[in-house]
Design a protein around this ligand. Structure first.
Ligand SMILES: NC(=O)C1=CN([C@@H]2O[C@H](COP(=O)(O)OP(=O)(O)OC[C@H]3O[C@@H](n4cnc5c(N)ncnc54)[C@H](O)[C@@H]3O)[C@@H](O)[C@H]2O)C=CC1
Ligand SMILES: O=C(CO)COP(=O)(O)O
Length: 339
């Protein structure tokens, strides 16, 4: 039987990677963060601080390095916590250093050039996609670093892998639920960012809770339709990785996607809103790819379409609202036949 403590490498020493490293350390694992620059690694090793998490003192068990290659073969698990647009540059250098019996865990909620994170990792490291575990849920780093209670979904088509990884991050305040539907978790994690842009924009325009609840509910319908069309399990979208994460991201000023949308709603341009962001806005990067995926699958995603118009075609938040309200009347619900 495996002992409780595992050796885990976290690739990406930003807000979520560092927070997840603390979760893993709290459970008793040996955790090393791979940081891109010496300054970030030095701050973690010498002062137990991170510029991504102001005011936080990290556990001494969390260390960092800029040279992770020699540690990879000894690790039980490798966590990917990089922004989606960094994966294709960062991952290939580790090809051949990670074997199939090691657990690979994705925290990245992105769709880059039409590929979900697990697909990019699988290709970069030449391993089957169904060996990759996805962790996704209502998990704002700034709350979890303060050890506020939250739950998450640990999903892998190979259920035993999800169980193994779930034990590593079962910190009490951070509570794993298991699933085999990693695809559904990835779809939900990507689409909720796009919907949060729209909800944030509505709030930035001064619109109230009826508008945001309308967008969240119809956003859930969009997410579910796309997931079903791609072969995900519909239940996932009613769980923590679906409505759970959607409601967190669409209602918190801590969310970079919601805040980006808010700034668009109050009149900032896309470049201005990006410059004001406190971290990656995955919804900005993924919205076009989500729409293309939906078109290929024959799924209608009007909120996503209106977000693409804002991000790519210079539409204002007000035009986005007019467009959504001007659509033909529909039946309530999420069924793909009823779009
Ligand atoms: N912050 C949060 O609350 C949560 C974030 N996520 C997801 O986690 C992913 C990462 O987000 P954050 O940690 O918040 O971003 P962040 O901006 O705080 O950290 C990203 C880290 O990746 C590093 N990095 C960027 N490009 C790199 C490259 N080419 N090579 C090596 N390192 C590179 C940066 O230096 C930084 O340390 C995103 O996909 C996000 O959607 C998921 C759940 C919660
Ligand atoms: O995924 C997240 C919370 O679960 C973080 O959302 P943002 O990337 O919008 O900050």
């Amino acid at each position: 039987m495996e002992t409780q403590s595992a050796r885990i490498i976290v690739l990406g020493a930003g807000a979520w990677g560092t927070t997840f490293a603390q979760v893993l350390a709290d459970v008793g694992n040996y955790v090393t963060l791979w940081a891109r620059d010496e300054r970030t690694a030095g701050a973690i090793n010498e002062f137990h601080t991170s510029k991504y998490l102001p005011g936080v003192v990290l556990p001494r068990k969390v260390s960092a390095t800029t040279t992770v290659e020699p540690l990879l073969s000894e690790a039980d698990g490798i966590v990917v916590a990089l922004p989606s647009d960094a994966l294709q540059e960062a991952l290939p250098k580790f090809l051949g250093l990670i074997t199939e019996d090691q657990e690979v865990i994705s925290l990245t909620k992105g769709l880059f050039h039409g590929q979900f994170t697990s697909q990019i990792i699988a290709e970069a490291w030449d391993r089957p996609r169904d060996t990759i575990t996805v962790i996704s849920g209502p998990n704002l780093a700034n709350e979890i670093i303060a050890r506020q209670p939250a739950a998450t979904v640990v999903a892998c088509p190979q259920a035993e892998r999800a169980k193994r990884v779930g034990k590593w991050c079962d910190a009490g305040y951070f509570r794993p639920y298991y699933s085999v539907d990693s695809l559904g978790c990835e779809v939900a994690g990507v689409v909720k960012n796009v919907i949060a842009l729209a909800v944030g924009a509505a709030a930035g325009m001064g619109l109230g809770k009826n508008t945001s609840s309308t967008l969240i509910t119809r956003g859930l319908a969009e997410m579910t339709r796309l997931g079903l069309a791609l072969g995900a399990n519909g239940e996932t979208f009613l769980g923590l990785a679906g409505i759970g994460d959607l409601s967190t991201t669409c209602t918190s000023e801590l969310s970079r996607n919601y805040s980006f949308g808010f700034n668009i709603g109050r009149g900032l341009t896309v470049p201005q809103a990006l410059a004001a962001s406190k971290g990656p806005c995955e919804g900005v990067k993924s919205c076009q790819s989500v729409l293309e995926l939906a078109n290929q699958a024959g799924v209608e995603m009007p909120i996503t379409e209106s977000v693409v118009d804002v991000i790519k075609h210079g539409h204002t938040a007000a035009q986005m609202g007019e467009r959504l309200l001007g659509r033909a009347r529909k039946r309530d619900g999420v069924s793909i036949e009823l779009v």
